[in-house]
Design a protein. Structure first.
Length: 405
């Protein structure tokens, strides 16, 4: 019955009344076969009925009162009261569909029935019985159809409310599940990973102080490992805070995105870190990257960190790598390639990480496509990040936090 509700939608009342008036005019002009044309009195009663229906299309109760009055006037004046009868019956239908209180509906139906019954006063019994049967068409039919429409609308409204309640319940359950998952991840990061990193940092610090006569180059390595571990601990603590309470840190720019103006320096730090690992890096970074939006700037930094880390792991120390970042027509062109000719570092696994997968997912979120594959004796990763669109609503990871290769 959904089509019934759409057919009698309250927003289309004027269109329905207009079609009804046009039908009435057609009835008067064409007439019924075997009957003479409309009289002046019929036109005098029909034209006000047409106009009042249009003028009162937003006030169904007033329309019913006026149409009933015209019908009462038509009974003693004309033989064919079809126009005024249909007008009054349709007004009752509109009132039944739109009245806010049921009592108004029944009062309107009683009024129209009383007007129809006044025409039967003084008529023979057989004629009166026929007139009573006619009430089923002129009063009961519009009343029944209007009640059906009201019931259909009410059922639709209840169905929408149930669907909305179900949606809110599912969202609540999903948020609770995500919160539990984030809590579990946060506990694992804090209890396992952070514990081991803290132990490593402590041991490196102890080694640096108990071995004062180290070669300066070894001391520099110790200092770098200590600084890197300390920074990793800081990032882990912040990541745990994000996992445990995302809303609590959403307004903190330091935890969500890198400042655009800081991107060139952050890229330089990533390049220096790769050089400290023994990779020879040539960087060609367009100064325009300092004007990128925070989302794409964060992506460029993460991609660079991941790619240079992979070069150090898989191409080995003393490999030569080329970083290229440029901005053309608002799009970011990014690429990292290496010659694959470094010495494979001991203790570095040959593969099995999720670095490329994570890079590809990050690029696809921004509408780009990551290309990764061999080139000559080395490897190349590149992409084009399209011009910035609307920023996502979800919080972004903090700049500078290392990701696993």
């Amino acid at each position: 019955m959904g089509w019934v509700g759409r057919l009698f939608d309250a927003r289309d009342t004027l269109a329905r009344i207009l079609l009804l008036d046009l039908s009435g005019i057609g009835y008067l002009v064409v007439g019924v076969h075997g009957r003479p044309g409309p009289t002046g009195t019929q036109w005098a009663l029909a034209v006000p009925a047409f106009l009042l229906a249009l003028l009162c299309h937003r006030r169904p109760l007033l329309n019913l009162l006026l149409q009933s009055a015209l019908l009462a006037a038509a009974f003693p004046l004309v033989d064919d009261v079809m126009i005024n009868q249909v007008g009054a019956s349709w007004a009752l239908l509109e009132l039944t569909m739109r009245a806010t209180r049921p009592r108004t509906i029944w009062l309107g139906a009683g009024l129209l029935a009383a007007v129809d019954l006044t025409n039967l006063i003084g008529e023979p019994v057989r004629t009166a019985l026929t007139g009573l049967f006619g009430l089923a068409v002129t009063v009961c039919l519009p009343l029944l159809l209007g009640l059906v429409v009201r019931t259909t609308r009410e059922l639709s409204r209840q169905a929408e409310e149930r669907a909305e309640a179900d949606r809110r319940r599912r969202e609540s359950e999903s948020r609770a599940a995500r919160a539990d998952e984030r809590g579990a991840i946060a506990r694992e990061l804090h209890d396992v990973l952070a514990h081991h990193v803290a132990s490593m940092v402590l041991r490196v610090g102890v080694a640096r102080h108990v071995l004062p006569d180290l070669d300066p180059r070894v001391g520099d390595v110790f200092d770098d490992v200590h600084a890197t571990g300390t920074a990793a601990l800081t990032d882990l603590r912040r990541l745990v805070a994000v996992l445990r309470d995302p809303d609590g840190v959403r307004g903190d720019a330091a935890l969500t995105a890198i400042e655009p103006s800081a991107l060139p320096a952050a890229l330089g730090a990533a390049v220096d870190r790769a050089r400290q690992a023994g990779v020879v890096v040539e960087a060609d970074v367009d100064p325009a990257v300092g004007a990128l939006d925070a989302v794409r700037g964060q992506a460029v930094l993460r991609l660079t960190q991941e790619a240079l880390t992979n070069v150090a792991k898989h191409a080995g120390a003393e490999a030569r790598a080329q970083l290229t970042v440029s901005v053309e027509d608002g799009a970011v062109h990014w690429a990292v390639s290496d010659d694959g000719r470094g010495a494979a570092p001991a203790g570095v696994p040959s593969g099995g990480g999720h670095g490329i997968v994570g890079m590809r997912e990050r690029v696809e979120v921004l509408g780009g496509r990551l290309e990764a594959g061999p080139t000559g004796s080395g490897w190349r990763v590149r992409t084009v990040l399209p011009a910035a669109g609307p920023a996502p609503d979800t919080p972004r990871p903090r700049a500078g936090a290392p990701e696993p290769a």
